[in-house]
Design a protein around this ligand. Structure first.
Ligand code: SAM
Length: 248
């Protein structure tokens, strides 16, 4: 059956492309991508002159139908985004959904993802994490989005657009306790890569200590709220049983 290949690409260092991604891109008849110039440059770098078609957030629905038609006509189609794993805080989900709805296959080619790279170098609890992605741009909405996460016990994973890190830290500082650990994973796999961990109370000073830090791509991780201990759980259960007995 016809298959759409969802191909992860580097988030900075081009040598992070996987061998399987290169092999598949070489075989593809067409590469659907967010930005044909950016992806064209990546493909050129590996000597691959490929047909590309634009598949971005503004045309995803229409292009999804075109991709289904191409797959049904027997073409091999690869889907990539500008960086990292497509369809994760990036366009692609609608295309994948349309391809599945048409009864066709979708195969992921795993590779770079900023969220997972940041988590892996953070030392924060990783057995559960809550992927928040991008917060709303407006301060009020951003703060209410954060307030809704205060009791979350999993590590929070946020993406931040370049130039907005100061607002992000201000929002975090106004909502979470200053003792929460935060990790800034900045410019991963690039020349000015930094992974910095500190209590939230020290975070704004760290960001402002070097003006370069106010730019660049960031993943921000926030330690989750303390989990209830077994003793607290047992106590809650005991009280619940008393209340239930009263009700019956
Ligand atoms: N789909 C991508 C992935 O799997 O990582 C994420 C795309 S999203 C549009 C872009 C955001 O990812 C950036 O604003 C930043 O939060 C994060 N990001 C991407 N590349 C990064 C890098 N090299 N270092 C740190 N964060 C990065």
């Amino acid at each position: 059956t016809a298959t759409l290949y969802v191909v992860a690409t580097p988030i900075g260092n081009v040598t992070d492309i996987t061998l399987r991604a290169l092999h598949l891109l070489a075989l593809a008849d067409v590469v659907a991508c967010e930005d044909t110039r950016k992806t064209g440059a990546l493909l050129q770098r590996f000597g691959l002159g490929k047909q590309t078609i634009a598949a971005h957030m503004h045309n995803e629905r229409e292009v999804a139908d075109k991709i289904v038609e191409r797959l049904q006509a027997g073409q091999r189609v690869a889907l990539v985004s500008d960086a990292g794993t497509p369809a994760v805080s990036d366009p692609g989900a609608r295309i994948v959904d349309a391809v599945r709805a048409a009864g066709l296959n979708v195969v992921p080619l795993p590779g770079p993802s900023a969220a997972v790279a940041a988590l892996s170098a953070s030392g924060l609890v990783n057995d559960r994490f809550h992927f928040v992605g991008f917060l709303p741009a407006k301060p009020k909405q951003r703060e209410s989005a954060l307030a809704a996460l205060v009791r979350e016990t999993s590590t929070l994973v946020l993406y931040e657009a370049p130039h907005r890190i100061v607002e992000c830290v201000e929002g975090l500082t106004s909502v979470f306790e200053p003792t929460r650990q935060v990790v800034f994973a900045r410019e991963l796999s690039k020349m000015f890569e930094e992974v910095h961990r500190c209590p939230l109370g020290e975070a704004l000073a760290w960001v402002k200590a070097d003006q370069h830090r106010e730019r660049g791509e960031f993943v921000v991780l926030v330690e989750g709220a303390p989990r209830a201990t077994d003793a607290e759980d047992a106590e809650a259960e005991r009280i619940l049983q008393i209340l239930l007995a009263e009700c019956s």
